[in-house]
Design a protein around this ligand. Structure first.
Ligand SMILES: Nc1ncnc2c1ncn2[C@@H]1O[C@H](COP(=O)(O)OP(=O)(O)OP(=O)(O)O)[C@@H](O)[C@H]1O
Ligand SMILES: [Mg+2]
Length: 379
């Protein structure tokens, strides 16, 4: 009999330092406490640090070593924790050098994650919307986005959602050239003015009602969850509401709230002592909120958990090229939408655009390096 695949819960954020690792570690413990066999995987290629939360000074071999070795299997790297139901796989020093993992490596990793012997696999992802993060975020319709109630965090969370849905549409519409042309046309226009996914759906309906229906289903299956972390006051909930509203309005994405966490000194203590909250403060409001989130995850109605076909991972590099070209336009477009909703001031917008321009130049440089490396390999 074929074994049931685990439910994958990727934890992502637009901006760094918002509490992804804290949430990943503590949700994993809470799932384990609820009796679920859980594996926590460190997939933050930019700054893997779950091992420190688990009491290790340096990371034992983990994901990086697995990607570089031919004969190792992912379960070979499982480490135990203080809860029998929870195991973890660290990100190690070898992971840092492979920020741009190849499609083959990614497929190997994804395949083995899907075959782990667990009820739940929690992925702690890197911040931002690089194509690596999005590919792993797309492993599940249960993706969780962590944001703090600050404007830049909300903006970047929105950019992550937008890039994710574009990634899904890009792959979904690939087999219909006419539809894809309409989509890329709208994306190019995006730099000038904001457009809504509903416009795309209307245009697709004109081309072919079946393509329209298929696309609407793709969008429907994408139901990311949101956590607002490090809130200072109940009113901070409004920032999450704004993100939900604008995502529904512009991207047709239905996001479910699964948690609202206050800034709490106990979290700092937990990091300092390198112990999870359930060990040092199981009765704290913060840990109890995390447990409620785990309940929500366990009781969520099951969705097709794998959004992209494994074969689509071959296209990553091609998509990366397209993305970098359109990236700036698309991102600025996202900010237009937020300005429309009076969520952001002109000065904030200007400083964000400056940062984006800088990011875009470095991204293009990285792609050139990658192309050179590819040419060398092909020769
Ligand atoms: N609810 C909270 N209350 C107080 N401090 C918090 C809370 N959540 C996270 N922190 C603190 O914020 C810092 C960043 O948290 P964390 O490392 O989990 O973020 P991250 O999103 O994983 O960051 P990165 O993008 O660098 O991986 C940590 O020092 C953590 O202790
Ligand atoms: Mg982290």
């Amino acid at each position: 009999m074929q074994k049931e695949r685990p439910i994958v819960i990727p934890i992502a954020s637009g901006k760094g330092g918002v509490g992804k690792t804290f949430v990943s570690v503590n949700i994993s413990y809470a799932l384990a406490e609820l009796g679920k066999k859980t594996v926590l995987l460190d997939l933050d290629f930019g700054g893997a640090n779950i091992h420190t939360c688990m009491g290790y000074d340096t990371a034992p071999d983990g994901v990086g070593n697995f990607l570089n070795q031919r004969n190792m299997k992912l379960p070979d790297y499982l480490l135990t924790t203080t809860n029998d139901n929870l195991k973890f796989i660290p990100g190690d020093a070898e992971m840092v050098g492979i920020a741009n993992i190849s499609a083959a490596q990614k497929r190997k990793l994804i395949n083995q994650i899907m075959n782990l012997d667990a009820d739940y696999v929690v992925l702690d992802l890197g911040a931002g919307s690089t194509y690596n993060t999005i590919d792993f975020f797309m492993m599940s319709s249960f993706g969780v986005i962590v944001a703090t109630p600050e404007i830049t965090s909300i903006l970047n969370a929105y950019a992550l959602l937008k890039n994710s849905i574009f990634r899904l549409l890009f792959v979904g519409l690939k087999k219909y050239p006419e539809a894809k042309e309409v989509f890329t046309g709208l994306m190019k226009k995006g730099g000038e003015s904001a457009w809504k996914i509903n416009e795309l759906l209307d245009m697709l309906f004109e081309i072919d009602p079946e393509i329209h229906a298929e696309t609407a289903t793709i969008i429907d299956t994408f139901n990311p969850k949101i956590i607002i972390n490090m809130a200072n006051k109940p009113q901070d909930l409004a920032m999450g509401e704004k993100l939900r509203k604008i995502s529904k309005n512009y991207l047709n994405i239905e996001m479910e709230y699964i948690g609202f966490l206050y800034r709490d000194k106990i979290v700092e203590r937990s990091i300092e002592e390198r112990k999870p909250l359930y060990q040092i403060a199981p009765d704290s409001q913060t840990y109890q909120t995390v447990v409620r989130m785990a309940y929500k995850i366990v009781n969520a109605k099951k969705m097709p958990y794998f959004l992209l076909d494994i074969d689509s991972y071959d296209e990553s590099l091609e998509i990366l090229m397209e993305e970098a070209t359109d990236d700036l336009a698309t991102k600025i477009d996202g900010y237009n939408e937020l300005a429309d909703e009076n969520l952001i001031s002109i000065n904030e917008l200007l400083s964000i655009v400056k940062n984006l321009e800088y990011e875009n130049i470095s991204l293009k440089r990285k792609i050139e390096e990658l192309e050179q490396a590819l040419l060398k390999v092909k020769r």
